[in-house]
Design a binder for this molecule. Structure first.
Ligand code: PMP
Length: 384
């Protein structure tokens, strides 16, 4: 065998070349199965309204001829429109210099980690929370610390200011993640928790992931209302959920201009394609049409909570477009049985729990009917 064929040499395997801290990791893998009722990734169940489809087609046609050129690296129009949307819905004046966007809020989170994390630094989150927070954190060699949720005498997944502060002081992180409404539990955290964490961690960037904010129950304020005067606070959002545009891949954040300036150091040039920018802007021209389904989805979410309670399961109160429910005898067995009925839900790795996205009334009805049929065998026995 010649040296070119590897003879006589001790070539490394790809596994050996892989960064040691990534060895043995598993990639993100929510199943993408072709099923009649997919309620597993918290997408908006409704198709994009025709008025938005028409606007998107026109907008993409408008940029098609110029695809020989790089897009606006600063996505100026999009930033302006996102700032205006946030200002309108929250009543907080958000300027375009405060807005950043990426290909999904996952990429926005990656930019934050690239700029503010890195080897030798630590990020703290409160588990169970969004499973990608630790994954994204580790991709840049940052250490992830699993904080805990659960408040004595309250919900097992609640997070209160005292507990959060205690954990922040114990771990002294450079980044803290709060997810509100929290995935997979569905509940929002109080702004008192955000404020207390910010005060307790004067040397940390505090990131509030508000991917599901538009579904929150009335009276749930956004952490955007806390941005003023807090340079280390970041609020991330997405067009993947309430806006029904998961396929577009557009997430964004609002923070102090110093934060968005830092993100310019790590993003790839022209990271938002011209079609992505055009689609997002066209959609933002039709916010009311796009968000028209939010109330219907919230009604289905509340219907799930009510009916699961009646069946004897333990749904967690939700401010999102999904419901986590406990009281499941064996979550893998019920997940499989629901799939046999054509309904895909999410096993989030929590014993005796599954998570289901609120769908259209028909989809939700199919899920509830299947669950009703399966309940006798799959309900966890209540402690005496
Ligand atoms: N944050 C949370 C809490 C999520 O649940 C998700 C998606 N499931 C994201 C961020 C990322 O969404 P996207 O990249 O589509 O914006």
């Amino acid at each position: 065998m010649s040296p070119a064929e590897g003879g006589g040499r001790d070539d490394a395997t790809v596994g050996e070349l892989l960064r040691p801290d990534l060895r043995g990791s598993t990639p993100y893998g929510a199943p993408q199965l072709d099923v009649p009722v997919a309620l597993n990734t918290n997408e908006n169940a409704y198709a994009v309204p025709q008025v938005v489809v028409d606007a998107v087609v026109e907008a993409v046609a408008g940029v098609a001829q110029e695809l020989n050129r790089y897009p606006d690296r600063e996505f100026t129009r999009l930033r302006r429109m996102l700032a205006s949307y946030l200002t309108t819905v929250t009543g907080v004046a958000v300027g375009e210099a405060q807005v950043w966007a990426g290909n999904g809020s996952n990429e926005v989170l990656l930019h934050l980690l690239q700029a503010f994390g890195g080897p030798g630094r630590r990020a703290l989150g409160f588990t169970p929370a969004y499973s990608m927070h630790p994954v994204i954190t580790r991709t840049v060699g940052t250490q992830w610390v699993d904080g805990l949720r659960g408040v004595q005498g309250q919900g097992e997944f609640d997070l209160d200011a005292d507990s959060a502060v205690r954990q922040v002081l114990q771990h002294d992180p450079q980044l803290v993640f709060l997810c509100s409404p929290n995935n997979p539990t569905g509940t929002a955290v109080g702004l008192d928790v955000v404020e207390a964490v910010y005060e307790a961690a004067p040397r940390a960037l505090v990131v509030v992931d508000e991917a599901y904010a538009e579904f929150a129950r009335p009276g749930t304020p956004s952490a955007l209302t806390l941005l003023e005067g807090r340079e280390r606070l970041v609020v991330t959002r997405t067009m993947s959920k309430a806006f029904a545009l998961a396929g577009t891949r557009l997430g964004y954040l609002a923070a102090a201009p110093a934060v968005t300036d830092a993100l310019r150091l790590v993003r790839m040039p022209y990271h938002l394609s011209a079609p992505t920018q055009a689609i997002a802007c066209a959609a933002l021209d039709h916010v009311d049409a796009l968000l028209a389904t939010v109330e219907q989805i919230k009604a289905q979410r509340d219907r799930i909570v009510d009916e699961l309670t009646e069946l004897g399961f333990r749904p967690v109160p939700s401010d999102a477009n999904f419901v986590l429910f406990g009281g499941v005898a064996d979550e893998t067995a019920l997940w499989t049985a629901l799939l046999d009925h054509g309904v895909l839900v999410r096993d989030v790795g929590l014993r005796h729990h599954l998570r289901v996205t609120a769908g259209t009334p028909e989809e939700t009805g199919t899920f509830l009917a299947a669950l009703r049929a399966l309940t006798p065998t799959h309900l966890q026995e209540q402690p005496a």
